[in-house]
Design a protein around this ligand. Structure first.
Ligand SMILES: [Zn+2]
Length: 167
């Protein structure tokens, strides 16, 4: 049997358009069904159920709805603005030596403060004196500027030289 080219292209067009037509029909049917349910249910609700609910219950329902919207609004605010720690983490990048580095300014940031307290605490080169009784020599290290933390990280000789503490 021979099929000419026009027949083939027609079949192809039908195949392409059929899902769209089916989807539109289905959508229309569902919308019509919902509209009729709505029309059927709304009248009895307005005539019988709404007058049966007393004002106090309506007020309580409104209050409940208001509280629900307030909770939802707070939740949205927390999602949008409460992500401060993650925003700070994205602003910095982790260095192999433990601390973090600000992507823009290149400042060294304390890892402990960033990850546990959610703050950007800068590091300064300081002399770390070992505990009394220890035989270690004092060392120059990067120390967190936050007094509550005071975490320190190793410093390279050229970094110590750069800030004027050349060995
Ligand atoms: Zn710190």
């Amino acid at each position: 049997m021979r099929v000419n080219a026009d027949d083939l292209s027609l079949k192809k067009t039908i195949r392409e358009q059929l899902p769209l037509a089916l989807l539109t029909t289905l959508g229309g049917l569902i919308a019509g069904l919902l509209a009729s349910i709505y029309r059927e249910a709304l009248d009895p609700f307005l005539q019988n159920i709404l007058p049966a609910i007393n004002n106090k219950t309506l007020l309580l329902l409104c209050l409940l709805l208001f509280l629900l919207s307030a909770i939802l609004a707070t939740w949205v605010c927390v999602l949008v603005f409460g992500d401060e720690k993650n925003r700070l983490i994205r602003k910095n990048k982790r260095s192999e030596r433990g601390f973090w580095i600000n992507k823009k300014s290149g400042d060294k940031i304390c890892s402990v403060c960033l990850l546990t307290r959610g703050i950007e605490s800068p590091l300064r080169i300081k002399q770390i004196t070992p505990a009394p009784g220890s035989f270690k020599a004092p060392q120059m290290k990067w120390q967190c500027a936050n007094k509550d933390c005071a975490e320190h990280y190793s410093a390279l000789p050229e970094e110590i030289e750069k800030v004027g503490y050349g060995i």
